[in-house]
Design a protein around this ligand. Structure first.
Ligand SMILES: NC(=O)C1=CN([C@@H]2O[C@H](COP(=O)(O)OP(=O)(O)OC[C@H]3O[C@@H](n4cnc5c(N)ncnc54)[C@H](O)[C@@H]3O)[C@@H](O)[C@H]2O)[C@@H](O)CC1
Ligand SMILES: [K+]
Length: 497
């Protein structure tokens, strides 16, 4: 798992690397610029394109000057440097890089006011004005310049981060930030790159390794972590030679209503396809034919109308509840009854969460160790309105700790809040997954992993990562949830090796 750092910690890692690796800050800047250029060239190889490199006078600007030199050496001819000199302060490494540029025939122009710029003919703009040194919102000359650059609507590639972007803390659409297509960032993504509001300013990001001291970075105390492929491989357990269906547990999925049987089918099938030994779907009578014809492997526990369900809780090794359940009185009765009867960790999703939100006393009945899988709206219904995703990060951590539960807040980079206050970001996923039924499948996978004996936190991590990995692999415009779940067995097997 990769530790994600805040700006202050990143600066400490920078200093520690210079200290421990006996590398000068100038050489580190050279490494960072080299890593940027390699990544840049893999994406933008047309050397005839004109490129304007806007540099500040701090280290982000120093990177920009070094990048200009390297691009020139790689054969990019149509380069043009603009130095934004709104202050007389310059960093030592910026000055050193400006000197190194003196033997190069790259045009350099100093800008002292945004009004000096009328247009920008370059096709591509590299933003090396301000990076992680940002210490307050942009105003005055900076604000005017950023507004002008955004008005030009160029293809902007940011060095480390877009000028004006806050690496952590709440973001709003009103922040004055350079709008960039891509940020090539150093060593770790900024935490805010993983939150949806970053899309106001940034298309995508790539992370490049600049050789910072990894042992030191991993030793720092950060609640924020990024899940890696190895975390999945080392948690997944192979199926034993002499195992049988009883080895892999019995998952019960309480889901569906007459109009939403699809949600029950998808979540129960996801249990089956991710390896539960037995799966039972607790469904209304109207759904029985659909279940039997679509998924003969799945058993039914039929619930009729308001009739109280006689649940033998010992029979099941995991329970998922919520997909397509409905929010009317009968569903509330069913949920309450199940929460009173079943005291092992359960997976709560969709309508179960909405019912808990509007009958908040039910929160007390959530068994410790359970997994809650809300999307943003369900999260806000449960825990109150939040003005930003940063606030959701803070309250998600807080709630996971007080409830002793795992909370899976679904998004492009789904966030998993663990009961110990750790906050895991999942890297896998794709916009092709933005279709109905996806959440039902995820609920089924997590329920299935718990049935098989994985700890709920691990079940959530494995489920979220593998679910996203399938979506990410599809070259198609969209992946229907039922197609995704059929790829679960081969995907899980691929991660086992
Ligand atoms: N490990 C790392 O973090 C490394 C960082 N490097 C580069 O160094 C950058 C950070 O450099 P610096 O710390 O010199 O900072 P920046 O170059 O981001 O900013 C320069 C200066 O601008 C001023 N400033 C901040 N906010 C302002 C505002 N709102 N209005 C006007 N002026 C403002 C501050 O005095 C700041 O020091 C990184 O983004 C990255 O590009 C690389 O060179 C090498 C390794
Ligand atoms: K920048």
């Amino acid at each position: 798992m990769e530790n994600l750092l805040n700006t202050e910690q990143m600066r400490a890692a920078d200093a520690q690397t210079i200290d421990s690796a006996k590398i000068s800050s100038l050489d580190l800047m050279e490494k960072a610029a080299g890593a940027f250029v390699s990544s840049f060239m893999s994406e933008f190889s047309e050397k005839y394109n004109s490129i304007a490199i806007y540099c500040g006078t701090g280290n982000n600007g120093g990177d920009g000057l070094s990048i200009a030199r390297m691009l020139h050496d790689k054969g990019f001819q149509a380069l043009d440097i603009k130095i934004v000199r709104f202050t007389e302060k310059s960093s030592a490494d910026f000055i050193a890089n400006l000197e190194a540029l003196s033997s190069y025939k790259i045009p350099v122009r100093e800008i002292r006011d945004a009004a000096e710029l009328t247009e920008e003919p370059a096709v591509l703009l590299i933003d090396a004005m301000l990076g992680s040194g940002l210490n307050k919102p942009l105003s005055g000359k900076w604000e005017a310049l950023v507004k002008k650059i955004n008005f030009w609507n160029k293809k902007v590639i940011a060095v480390d981060m877009p000028t004006g972007f806050r690496a952590e803390g709440p973001l709003t659409a009103d922040d004055c930030v350079v709008h960039a297509k891509l940020a090539i960032t150093f060593q770790r993504p900024k935490i805010n790159f993983l939150l949806p509001e970053s899309a106001f300013f940034l298309g995508e990001h790539r992370v490049v390794d600049i050789g910072l001291d990894e042992a030191y970075i991993q030793s720092l105390d950060s609640p924020y972590k990024l899940i890696e492929k190895e975390d999945i491989a080392c948690r997944l357990v192979k199926r034993d030679n002499f195992s049988h269906k009883g080895t892999y547990g019995h998952a019960l999925m309480v889901a569906g209503s007459a109009e939403t049987m699809g949600a029950a089918l998808l979540s129960a099938e996801a249990c089956l396809y991710s390896g539960a030994g037995l799966t039972t779907a607790c469904i209304p009578e109207e759904g029985l034919t659909a279940l039997n014809s679509r998924a003969p492997e799945i058993m039914a526990l039929v619930r009729t109308g308001a009739q109280e369900l006689d649940l033998n809780a010992d029979k099941y090794t995991s329970l998922g509840i919520g997909p397509g359940l409905g929010t009317e009185a009968n569903s509330l009765k069913l949920l309450t009854r199940i929460m009173r009867t079943y005291q092992k960790p359960m997976v709560l999703d969709a309508d179960a969460l909405t019912l808990i939100a509007s009958n908040y006393e039910l929160v007390q009945l959530i068994p410790e160790g359970s997994v809650l899988t809300p999307h943003m709206k369900e999260f806000d219904r449960l825990f109150g309105e939040h003005k930003s995703w940063w606030e959701r990060l803070e309250s998600g951590r807080d709630r996971a700790m007080t409830l002793g539960c795992t909370i899976v807040l679904k998004n492009r980079y789904t966030v998993i809040f663990l009961p110990d206050g750790t906050c895991l970001f999942n890297p896998t996923g794709s916009p092709a997954m933005a279709t109905g039924g996806m959440g039902d499948v995820l609920t089924g996978i997590i329920t299935s992993f718990i049935a098989q004996g994985y700890k709920p936190e691990d079940a959530a991590m494995l489920g979220v990562y593998l679910h996203g990995a399938i979506g990410q692999k599809t070259p198609d415009y969209v992946i229907p949830a039922s197609d995704l779940l059929r790829k679960l067995p081969s995907t899980i097997a691929a991660y086992l090796t």
